[in-house]
Design a protein around this ligand. Structure first.
Ligand code: SAM
Length: 231
């Protein structure tokens, strides 16, 4: 079983531990890979839908890992007991949903060593939540896979977190991401610049709102260009 570049990048953030849990596991590839490669001894593959749980169960069986990977059905982190897993992975869902899953079962989250989060959309919503609540940012990166860019966060809950992180453009970028060392950061910035340039072509100049929006986009392009030229 070969992991995609995106999923492989997620596993680089997993520290060796006893038990990981993959929430929204779908195929169960991350738990299977993590156990087989010795990143963890046991894993929990959890999903809200029956189809994915059945799929994960079938793949786990095919690999002969039924004794060490538990497949569970249920929403978010509700399938876990407090302290049952040390590391949780939530990948391939929207930033809003990942945030809601964390909030819903914060008692589980508080005891985790780390969470590895990979929003499929709206990474800025997740970043805003993490940066403005009690989380330590242990790592951020971006990976380009099959024509799309994916941001990945590694975080842990901290009761009193006074560290203030630098963010840019309403949580679209952060110092942590820019300095991640990812080879995909430069193409990501270039992609954002060209997307905003395209948007600029569609904004008129007729109204005050349009002018304000134009200026906002121009400011974003100039900041992104500045950041691109730093390194
Ligand atoms: C696009 S797949 C991502 C699969 C895998 N994590 C990955 O990154 O390749 C999203 C999965 O999340 C599951 N899902 C959606 N909402 C969920 C929730 N609230 N709790 C648990 N799983 C959920 C879906 O059933 C689906 O299998």
């Amino acid at each position: 079983m070969e992991l995609s570049k995106r999923l492989k990048e997620i596993t680089f953030f997993i520290d060796k531990c006893n038990v990981i849990a993959d929430i929204g596991t779908d195929h169960g590839y991350v738990p299977i890979y993590s156990v087989k490669s010795g990143l963890c001894l046991k894993a929990i593959a959890s999903d809200i839908n029956k189809g994915p749980v059945d799929k994960a169960r079938m793949n786990v069986k095919r690999e002969g890992l039924e004794k060490v990977i538990s497949c569970r059905k249920g929403p978010g982190l509700s399938t876990l007991e407090v302290n049952e897993a040390e590391i949780v992975i939530i990948a391939g869902m929207g930033g809003n949903l990942i945030r809601d899953i964390i909030v819903e079962d914060i008692a589980v989250v508080k005891e985790l060593k780390s969470l590895i989060l990979q929003p499929a959309q709206n990474p800025e919503i997740l970043r805003r939540f993490l940066y403005s609540h009690s989380f330590s940012i242990l790592g951020e990166t971006v990976v380009h896979d099959e024509g799309k860019f994916y941001e990945i966060f590694k975080v842990s809950y901290k009761e009193k977190n006074n560290i203030r992180y630098q963010e840019y453009m309403d949580y679209e970028l952060s110092d942590n991401l820019i300095k991640s060392g990812s080879p995909d950061i430069k193409p990501y910035l270039e992609f954002k610049i060209s997307s905003y340039k395209r948007i600029l072509n569609y904004i008129g100049e007729g109204t005050e709102t349009a002018l304000a929006r134009r200026q906002e986009v121009i400011n974003k392009i100039s900041l992104l260009t500045e950041v691109l030229n730093w390194g």
